[in-house]
Design a protein around this ligand. Structure first.
Ligand code: TXA
Ligand code: MG
Length: 348
């Protein structure tokens, strides 16, 4: 299949958008930008389209998809009921990087929800995404547009690297603004529970909902203790080279990574180091890349997946990263980084 690349980096191309809508209505797949990461869209109400998404990504079919809408009222038509908490969350954070889990109704096929009776729904804050969702029928199932197991795509180029020839169209809307996937809030529990941390953090959620819990399965390194979101149990977000995180006071972290990098280089390995604008100049060994500035957290989340892909391209054989426990986005960033590292963390 020849994948059409639609350049919308300078605004929506109406002709191409119409074509994208038609592809989706016909059961095809279109990758598109959102404010978090690029998504791989298909008609969420068409069981066959969902199956195509799983096949294109090589994704296990028990891992449910998020249904994207571009109008709050569309929610009513795919869930059993809209609780007050859902209205409150939507008022506060939609359109935006927040996904809610609710009980689904019969319009949503089981192949979209991986066999679950609940459905994840999100209204993205991106004008290309919203126009495409409406053009494609209003309900677009979309996982991140990467091959299963690779870091999520934050540019159209990343999508092309993974899925060229396997999907009908890629809409290029330029680099994304947030860089980590949406916060997932499960409203089917007695107390709302966060299944995946994201830009909308616990403080923001508590400001709207009162009591909110974090899924205890998320913190566990024990492979027998599963998080509730099926996708969170996989070791995805992973770069090809083994990654180790070094955590502690800034000067000690730099010293430890320097020591480890020197050892590895002496043994003939090619070392990649994930540093920040504040620390990059302090390293003498390895290929050093700054992920962003600690003074501006969003620059760190924005570049996280791109830097992991970049080290894959440079064929480094081992990667060391500083920890990024920043105040607002730290939980979301470290959730991904720790998974990418397969829980390899050295404390100094
Ligand atoms: O920011 C995002 O959410 C991006 C963009 C494209 O919108 N999408 C995304 O989709 O990250 P994906 O498929 O890569 O991740 C969806 C996560 C998975 O961990 C999945 O297991 C979980 O959501 N999920 C989906 N439906 C669920 C449900 N009914 N119950 C529990 N977890 C669910
Ligand atoms: Mg994903």
């Amino acid at each position: 299949m020849k994948t059409i690349i639609a350049d919308m980096t300078h605004g929506i191309d109406e002709g191409m958008m119409k074509k994208a809508g038609q592809i989706l209505l016909d059961g095809g797949l279109v990758a598109f930008p959102t404010e978090t990461v690029y998504g791989l869209g298909g008609n969420a109400l068409d069981a066959e389209a969902s199956r195509k998404i799983y096949a294109a990504k090589g994704r296990p079919s028990d891992n449910p998809l998020i249904v994207h809408i571009a109008d709050f009222d569309a929610l009513r038509d795919i869930v059993k009921e809209v609780p007050q908490a859902a209205k409150d969350l939507a008022d506060a954070f939609w359109p935006g990087p927040m996904t809610m889990i609710l009980n689904k109704n019969d319009r949503v096929p089981m192949s979209t929800t991986g066999g679950l009776s609940t459905v994840a729904v999100r209204f993205p804050d991106n004008e290309i995404a919203d126009a495409m969702i409406l053009a494609g029928g209003g309900y677009i199932a979309a996982p991140s547009a990467n091959t299963s197991g690779r870091p999520s795509p934050t540019t159209a180029k990343h999508v092309q690297d993974d899925l060229d020839g396997r999907i009908d169209m890629i809409i290029d809307g330029g680099p994304v603004g947030i860089g980590v996937e949406s916060t997932i809030v499960d409203l089917t529990e007695d107390i709302p529970m966060v299944l995946r941390p994201g830009y909308i953090n616990m403080d923001m959620l508590r400001g709207v909902l009162g009591e909110v819990r974090m899924d205890p399965g998320l913190h566990s390194a024990d492979p027998n203790f599963h998080p509730k979101a099926p996708g969170m149990k996989y070791r995805h977000y992973a770069p090809k080279a083994p990654l180790t995180i070094v955590e502690g006071p800034a000067d000690k972290v730099v010293a430890k990574i320097e020591e480890l990098a020197a050892e590895k280089e002496a043994a003939g390995e090619k070392v990649g180091i994930i540093a920040t604008d504040e620390s990059a100049a302090l390293y003498r060994h390895g290929t050093v890349k700054s992920i962003g500035s600690r003074a501006e957290e969003i620059t760190i989340s924005m570049h996280l997946y791109g830097i992991l892909r970049d080290f894959d391209d440079r064929k480094v054989s081992v990667i060391y990263s500083e920890a990024f426990d920043t105040p607002k986005l730290g939980q979301a960033i470290m959730n991904r980084l720790i998974k990418a590292a397969g829980h390899q963390v050295i404390k100094v």
